[in-house]
Design a protein around this ligand. Structure first.
Ligand code: NAP
Ligand code: F7E
Length: 324
């Protein structure tokens, strides 16, 4: 069975490609053609991942990637995924994260592959934004708070529309924040785990962050990619919230990280704040209700919050010690 993953070099792409290879899939990963020569994340991918070249802003390349990989399952993980940058590069974010999904859907249709392909779309809890209820379910109305959240909401509605209009098997995973050792350094959890590792190793004295009170439902990426696959195995496509149901603040993430590195959980000593990391509009709290996924997919998170933080800090202690 062939699977095509867009965004294969990202955090989830790394986990998902490994997961699918273990299940015996032939895995194709879509990457930017020029970057293949320079990007260490491409070099670090499992060698069994077969590269196809393409970009969500280039319809022809999407068609070529589909023809070359001839997939029965497509996982659309590619996006400009950093909320912070979406405020300074809103047009790029709309083009990649929003319009890119329209291009992919139309590429599938133009090739007449609507009934051959099952598509997974990476929707996001950022669509809930200024939340209308807590916890959030598949039925909670959207109120995105960033160009990224708006682009994801556009893409989500498009996927629902194409599912209804053309009977395509498209499932949207409304995934809450998920992290791990492969998380990009721009995101707060990785910034904290690597920053705390540097403090523990004597390479730095403090961390500089923005809003410490923001609260998130943080899970482990390795658990969440299994949910993506389970959605592709259903007879009927649907939308599913994937979350842990537990909430922690950025402050708590720092405290837990300091404990994991055998440091005093003393934020006054180790954390400075800089307004440049505060967003023009913030999402204060996200908490997901994953009951539907549990009931219909048999999915539940495995890794707990302290386990996740420990995993990330331990990984960064090794990496930072090696690099410096
Ligand atoms: P990530 O680490 O930021 O990876 C994003 C991937 O998209 C990278 O491989 C990137 O490749 C690729 N990409 C960017 N622009 C592209 C373009 N124009 N054409 C093709 N590929 C492009 O994101 P992630 O954390 O793995 O998340 C995967 C997906 O889930 C994303 O769609 C994200 O928005 C969504 N999501 C993530 C979370 C989370 O907590 N991680 C939660 C909900 C939803 P280059 O670096 O080469 O550009
Ligand atoms: O911010 C606060 C920040 O950038 C989390 C993406 O994967 O999950 C992610 O989006 C919170 C925010 O993730 C810093 O203001 C404080 O409230 O790690 P983040 P995010 O914005 O929640 C969703 C579900 C996605 O879909 C996205 O693709 O932490 N925060 N101080 C900070 N955030 C960052 N990045 N850096 C700071 O210094």
């Amino acid at each position: 069975m062939n699977a095509l993953i867009t965004g294969v070099t990202g955090q989830d792409g790394i986990h998902l490609s490994g997961f699918l290879l273990n299940k015996g899939y032939r895995v194709f990963g879509m990457v930017n053609g020029q970057r293949q020569f320079n990007d260490h994340r491409i070099k670090n991918l499992d060698r069994r991942v077969e590269l196809v070249f393409g970009d969500l802003t280039d319809s022809v390349s999407l068609m070529n990637a589909l023809i070359e990989s001839n997939p029965t399952e497509v996982y659309n993980l590619a996006a400009q995924s950093f909320v912070g940058i979406s405020f300074t590069q809103p047009e790029l974010t709309a083009n990649v994260t929003g319009m890119g999904v329209l291009r992919l859907l139309e590429a599938i249709r133009r090739l007449g592959l609507e009934s051959q392909i099952k598509l997974y779309q990476a929707s996001s809890s950022e669509m809930f934004g200024r939340v209308r209820e807590t916890p959030q379910t598949e039925l909670t109305p959207f109120h995105p708070r960033s160009p990224y959240g708006v682009a994801k909401a556009f893409a989500h509605h498009l996927c629902v529309n194409y599912r209804e209009a053309y009977s395509m098997h498209i499932s949207c995973g409304i995934l809450f924040n998920h992290e791990g050792p492969n998380r990009g350094h721009e995101f707060v959890t990785r910034k904290i785990s690597s920053g705390v590792a540097k403090i523990a190793l004597g390479q730095s004295t403090h961390l500089t962050l923005g809003n410490l009170d923001a609260s998130r439902d943080w899970g482990y990426a390795g658990d969440y990619v299994e949910a993506m696959w389970l959605m592709q195995q259903t007879d009927l496509p649907d939308d599913f919230v994937i979350a842990t149901g537990e909430v922690h603040s950025v402050r708590e993430f720092v405290e837990q990280s300091l404990i994991a590195a055998n440091l005093e959980p003393d934020l006054d000593r180790y954390v400075k704040q800089d307004p440049k990391f505060i967003r023009p509009a913030e999402v204060d709290l996200l908490q997901g209700d994953y009951s539907k996924a549990k009931e219909k997919l048999g999915w539940a998170p495995r890794v707990t919050f302290p386990q996740l933080v420990n995993m990330m800090v331990e990984n960064d202690l090794i990496l930072e010690a090696r690099e410096n």
